[in-house]
Design a protein around this ligand. Structure first.
Ligand code: SF4
Ligand code: SF4
Length: 345
């Protein structure tokens, strides 16, 4: 079985390297894949090749040694590939050379496996572990259904006279809407950022990206992960340099009082956020059920509602919505026509 799987892995690895470096599939060549992300992918594929080379060197030489010295090398049974590949590659070599090659193969394969395990947490290949929990925790509601903000719902309901709630019950504290930094995103969002395989299927399907806009949903996920890394590193340092102004003297640095003067907007620009059409194509394209749109919406909410910022040409639409409940400036109630005598079924 291991030999069969190794052959399949070899074929897949060669195809993956070919697609990335020879055919140069477009989604692997986009801006966010320059530098480390591109190298990361190739590094792991080369590691895979070394691992397979180690396995076949070990097994191939073993097969010959079993024939030469059955007393020291007991028969291990049929090996699907090495039974014929071993004699082809190593036939005619001296016993000492075979022994040396067998040891090299053994150590190579075990060291590559160990190196791979150490490398996993600092690489995008962490997805081979996180894809399972991420899929388990993925949202099962229809992708187009946006989550409402309770505070806004309350306001809209009171505007429309749909609630009995007394204004005295409304909290004085001004709530924060959306997410301006990774601390305001949910754990599910952060898990998704670490699960991203950087395959670029989302970006390849994104109409904004296809039509030349700056937005790339893959970059959104990569940026969230990079910001989490940055925040994590600073928190681990424990330095008071990153503590929010006004924090009490003895209080230690923590997520609650962290402030390094930066936020997620230093990574993902408003220009990228505004280019999103909320079409959900990226969500449908993702093989591990990641939802980049969720994060884009959270950041837009923060920009518009908490920072009261956003493109100036959107302002008339907001004003109109607030005053008349319609995106176009209409002076009458939108549903007034339902009361009209001329209304036909
Ligand atoms: S929802 Fe936004 S980011 Fe996703 S594919 Fe559509 S335009 Fe692109
Ligand atoms: S399709 Fe999913 S896994 Fe692939 S880059 Fe986009 S978010 Fe990451």
């Amino acid at each position: 079985m291991i030999e069969l799987l190794s052959v399949l892995a070899l074929v897949a690895t060669v195809v993956f390297l070919w697609r990335r470096n020879v055919i140069r599939v477009k989604r692997f060549q986009q801006t966010e894949m320059k530098g480390w992300p591109g190298k990361d992918a190739n590094l792991i594929l080369i590691g895979e090749l070394l691992l397979i080379a180690g396995i076949f060197t070990m097994n191939g030489t073993d097969v010959l040694l079993q024939d030469l010295d059955p007393a020291h090398f007991p028969e291990t049974g049929t090996l699907l590939v090495s039974d014929w590949l071993g004699p082809v590659l190593f036939g005619g070599l001296e016993t000492n050379t075979l022994l040396l090659l067998e040891r090299i193969g053994w150590w190579l394969h075990i060291l590559v496996v160990l190196a791979f395990l150490l490398y996993l947490p600092v690489s995008k290949h962490l997805h081979i572990l996180l894809a399972f929990p991420n899929t388990y925790f993925a949202r099962l509601t229809p992708v187009g259904r946006m989550s409402n903000m309770p505070e806004i719902m309350r306001e809209v309901k009171s505007m429309m006279g749909l609630t009995e709630e007394s204004p005295d019950n409304v909290s004085e504290e001004i709530p924060e809407f959306g997410a301006g930094d990774v601390m305001q995103l949910s754990r599910r969002h952060l898990l998704a950022a670490y699960t991203c395989t950087e395959c670029g299927r989302c970006t390849a399907e994104c109409p904004a990206n296809i039509t030349g806009k700056k937005l790339s949903p893959r970059k959104v996920m990569m940026d969230v992960r990079d910001r989490v890394e940055e925040v994590g590193e600073k928190l681990r340092s424990g330095s008071r340099e990153w503590i929010k102004e006004g924090t009490e003297e003895g209080e230690k640095l923590s997520v609650r009082n962290f402030d390094d003067g930066k936020n997620l907007f230093d990574y993902i620009t408003p220009e990228e956020l505004h280019a999103c059409t909320s079409c959900n194509a990226c969500v449908e394209a993702c093989p591990v059920l990641i939802n980049p749109l969720d994060i884009i919406l959270e950041m837009r909410r923060y920009e518009i509602l908490t920072l009261a910022s956003g493109p100036s040409d959107w302002t008339p639409m907001f004003t109109s919505l607030e005053n008349t409940g319609a995106v176009w400036q209409v002076n009458t109630d939108r549903d007034a026509w339902t009361e009209s005598e001329n209304t036909t079924a």
